[in-house]
Each structure stands twice: as C-alpha cells, then as structure tokens.
Design a protein around this ligand. Structure first.
Ligand code: ADP
Ligand code: MG
Length: 211
C-alpha cells in the first residue's frame, strides 16, 4: 500500500501542513481509509488508540469542505470535552492556511453564553459532545441544514457512556444526504447496530498495529 500523503488527491494546503507537522507518511488506518473517504464513501474505521484516526477523518473532512461557504458542513461527535478539544486542535492544525476555516467546539460542562455567542458568528465545523449538541439543536441555535459530513469519533466510548438515544435523536435531524464516518477502538455489537442505522453501505477498515 502506498503510504505517501502525496499519492492522494489532497489540496495543496493540506500536503504542506502535513509536512510542517512532520507527518512523513500515512499510518495504516490513514492509508486504508483516506482513499475511501476522499471518494465520498461512508466508512467505519477500527484502530487502537494512537493509530492516527483523528488525522484520518480530519484530512477527509477538510478536503471535502467548501471553505468559501460559511455554513456548518461537518459535525464531529466525541464522548468527552477533552477528546473534543483534542480533535479541534488537530483539525485546526491540519486546516492552517486554508482560507479562514472556523472550527467551533460545543461541549457539556462549559458555560452556555459564550457558545451561543460563537454560534451566532458561525462555523464550518462543529466538534462537540452529544448532550450539548442536542441541547443547541432543540433550542434552534444550531442550523445543520447544510451539513454534509457526520463523524462519530470513539463511538464505542460514546455508547459506553449511554449516548445511544441522544445520537439517534441527533442523527434524525440531519440532512439525509451526507457522508458518515465512524471511528472506534473496538467493535461491539452495539456499534454494528448504530452503524446500520446511521450509515449507508460503509467501507470497513480495521488495523491491528499502530505503525
Ligand atoms: P487515535 O485517535 O487513533 O487514538 P490520534 O489521532 O490521537 O490517534 O493520533 C495519535 C498521535 O499520532 C497524535 O499525536 C498525532 O499527532 C500523531 N499522528 C497522526 N498521524 C500521524 C502521521 N501520519 N505521522 C506521524 N504522526 C501522526
Ligand atoms: Mg481518537
């Protein structure tokens, strides 16, 4: 398998940022999942912690984003605020130099006022935890009518934390025409079930080793 990022049809800014970050070659999960994601397919990626799943979906979603359209196009759901913050940091690093990409985090346990203010200013990408995202949606503060990409990160942990019904209710409110990406360290039966509800004919990628 070709592990050079340059072998992918990635926009030039992304290739340049990867080299600045010192990402010389793709990790196995990146090499197997990026071609599928860039082709617009739904994808389930299973790989251990540290296998590089964030950059895998981060590159996929940034490459498909229309940066000139200042509307929420991507929603990344994470189990905890710490993980959401880490994802936002990585996506912002990967997005450097692409004309003003705005990544907004919306997590539980954080004060509402600033989040409401930030939402009024708009964003391209939202990274958040399910409870708080549902809350903003229910209050009509989050316009996801132009969403075209959904990422469920650490899906096994989200289910362990009891977010299954919240996820279902969020997904019910999303435009039907969208790309779905699900990443998980393990693949219990519950994940299979949520994948069947959320995804359309997903490609499956599973890697055992980290590098
Ligand atoms: P996971 O979500 O699979 O647990 P992360 O996305 O957090 O893993 O990545 C783990 C670490 O690997 C991070 O510090 C990230 O910066 C680094 N990393 C990701 N992709 C690459 C790459 N292609 N080359 C070098 N380091 C990478
Ligand atoms: Mg991760």
């Amino acid at each position: 398998m070709n592990t050079s990022f340059a072998s992918l049809p990635l926009r030039a800014e992304l290739i340049s940022n990867l080299s600045t970050l010192g990402y010389a070659s793709m990790t196995p999960i990146q090499a197997q999942s990026l071609p599928q994601m860039l082709a617009g397919k739904d994808l389930i990626g299973q790989g251990k912690t540290g296998s590089g799943k964030t950059a895998a979906f981060g590159l996929g979603l940034l490459n498909n984003l229309n940066d000139k359209r200042f509307r929420i196009q991507t929603l990344v759901l994470c189990p905890t605020r710490e993980l959401a913050d880490q994802v936002a940091v990585e996506v912002r690093r990967l997005a450097r130099g692409i004309h003003n990409i705005k990544v907004l985090t919306l997590c539980g346990g954080m004060p509402m006022g600033p989040q409401i203010g930030s939402l009024e200013h708009g964003a391209h990408i939202i990274v958040g935890t399910p409870g708080r995202i549902e809350d903003h949606l229910d209050k009509g503060r989050l316009d996801l009518s132009e969403l075209n990409t959904l990422v469920l990160d650490e899906a096994d942990r989200m289910l362990d934390m009891g977010f299954q019904d919240t996820l279902d209710r969020i997904v019910d409110q999303l435009p039907a025409q969208r790309q779905n990406l699900l990443f998980s360290a393990t693949f219990p039966e519950q994940i299979q079930k949520i994948a069947e509800r959320v995804m359309h004919n997903p490609a499956m990628v599973k890697v055992e080793s980290l590098h």
